[in-house]
Design a protein around this ligand. Structure first.
Ligand code: PMP
Length: 438
């Protein structure tokens, strides 16, 4: 596959954009380096690069593009918004519509505030929790990524880990000291941490289903235990649902039937992003009324945004949720993901390549190892070189994945059985070639 234009553009990008990319997760550093592919156009489940090569896309822009690229309903909403003016700096009725849709789908959110990214949403939930509890520390789980604000960049999963940056430079020690990190799925460690530092802990922050060191389910009882321990300690529970909300069904993990006892667990604050903006920049956070009333202009916790709630992002978000609300949409993504994951597993097995797949509905992660993946340590202990080889073989056969062994494959409403057939054919060839490389 000729990708000479991407290579040329990468050299040019390096002159002007730090590292040639506007998010480090787009770099190919972890998969052997070299030029990332410069995409020119996308439609449905397909990408075309600057050299005219076509790819089937399973990156879905790290999650938001759950309806496939350039979905006509979302595109029309964006065009209509653009024609009406893209930024007002005043409230609009559209914001109420999307806020109501989110509240209906995620009942723990009495009040919502829109921001511009998942990072901002998470960052603000922490400020609000600190304002409400008048405490300063937070507990997070190793390998969970919560955006790039200072406090949560400790042991922060996929992005930094892919690049071998366990804890970011530039985060003052005094801030890092405010974070306690414990292993996911390990209630004893959480209990110990709360026994030791409990009276300073404002919040326990968790990805209720992890999306940042693969797709990892909480073990039965983990989230209930987490909520009980946290609330007994007088701390707040923050769910980071930036990846998970509207991913597995129309709602969040808080209403997801795949999680037992989900009805018994109510986080105090929830952070959202990605899907709820239909591909345009967005974030949102919300929660219990008394807690959210800490936020300015009602309360003393300040958070603002020139672009927050802009009509274009909000319109795209409403349109995206309208598509997802249709009957059967999630079942079909799951059917295709199941076919694909099963086929990949069989193909890897046939070639003697150890592969563990964690699939949850229409998303899954592939780990080159023969142990289960239930926490970050296990996800780290997988074969990165083999992943890099698989990634490149697949790319050269027109399959676009995230260039990181920790990231998931996302099915969209635009994928078809023909996409799955073509992907499995590419995987069979890739595994076959990899078997001879051993
Ligand atoms: N939280 C989680 C769980 C995420 O996966 C991400 C992004 N991958 C973020 C927060 C940060 O979101 P954003 O990139 O929109 O700032």
């Amino acid at each position: 596959m000729n990708r000479s234009t991407s290579e040329k553009l990468y050299q040019e990008a390096l002159l002007h954009i730090v590292g040639g990319v506007n998010s480090p997760s787009r770099s190919f550093k972890a998969v052997g380096g070299g030029a990332p592919v410069f995409m020119k156009r996308a439609s449905g489940s397909n990408f075309w690069d600057e050299d005219g090569n076509r790819y089937i896309d399973y990156l879905a822009a790290y999650g938001p593009i759950i309806t496939g690229h350039a979905h006509p309903h979302i595109t029309s909403a964006i065009i209509a918004a653009a024609e009406n003016g893209v930024l007002y700096g005043t409230p609009t009725q559209l914001e109420i519509t999307l806020a109501k849709m989110l509240k209906e789908a995620i009942p723990s959110m009495d009040k919502v505030r829109f921001v511009n990214s998942g990072t901002e949403a998470v960052m603000t939930t922490i400020r609000v929790a600190r304002a409400f509890t008048k405490r300063s520390k937070i507990v997070k789980f190793a390998g969970c990524y919560h955006g790039h604000s200072d406090l949560v960049l400790v042991a922060a999963g996929s992005g930094p880990s892919t690049l071998g940056i366990p804890d970011s430079a530039g985060v003052p020690k005094s801030i890092a000291q405010e974070v306690i990190t414990v292993p996911f799925n390990d209630l004893d460690s959480l209990q110990e941490a709360l026994e030791k530092w409990g009276e300073d802990v404002a919040a326990v922050m968790v990805e209720p289903i992890v999306g940042n060191f693969g797709m990892v389910m909480p073990q039965p009882g983990f989230l209930e235990g987490l909520c009980k321990l946290t609330h007994d300690n007088g701390s707040l529970v923050i769910y980071d649902e930036v990846i998970t909300a509207f991913r597995f069904h129309y709602g969040s993990t808080q209403t997801y039937a795949g999680l037992e006892n989900h009805h018994d667990i109510t986080p105090d604050l929830t952070a959202l992003g990605k899907i709820i903006g239909g591909g345009l920049p967005i974030g949102a956070y919300g929660g219990r009324k008394e807690v959210m009333e800490q936020v300015a202009p009602l309360g003393p916790a300040y958070q603002a945004g020139t672009m927050a709630g802009n009509p274009a992002s909000i319109s795209a978000g409403i349109a995206c949720l309208e598509v997802l609300r249709a009957e059967g949409v999630y079942d079909e993504m799951e059917r295709l993901a199941n076919r694909l994951a099963d086929g990949l597993q069989q193909s890897a097995d046939r070639h003697g390549i150890p592969l563990t797949i964690n699939r949850i509905r229409g998303s899954f992660s592939t780990h080159f190892c023969d142990h289960p993946i239930t926490n970050y340590e296990e996800a780290q202990d997988t074969d990165g070189e083999r992943f890099a080889s698989f990634f490149r073989h697949m790319l050269n056969r027109g399959i676009n994945l995230a260039p990181s062994k920790y990231e998931a494959w996302f099915l969209t409403t635009a994928h078809t059985d023909a996409d799955i057939d073509a992907t499995l054919e590419a995987a069979e060839e890739s595994f076959s070639a990899m078997a001879t490389e051993q």
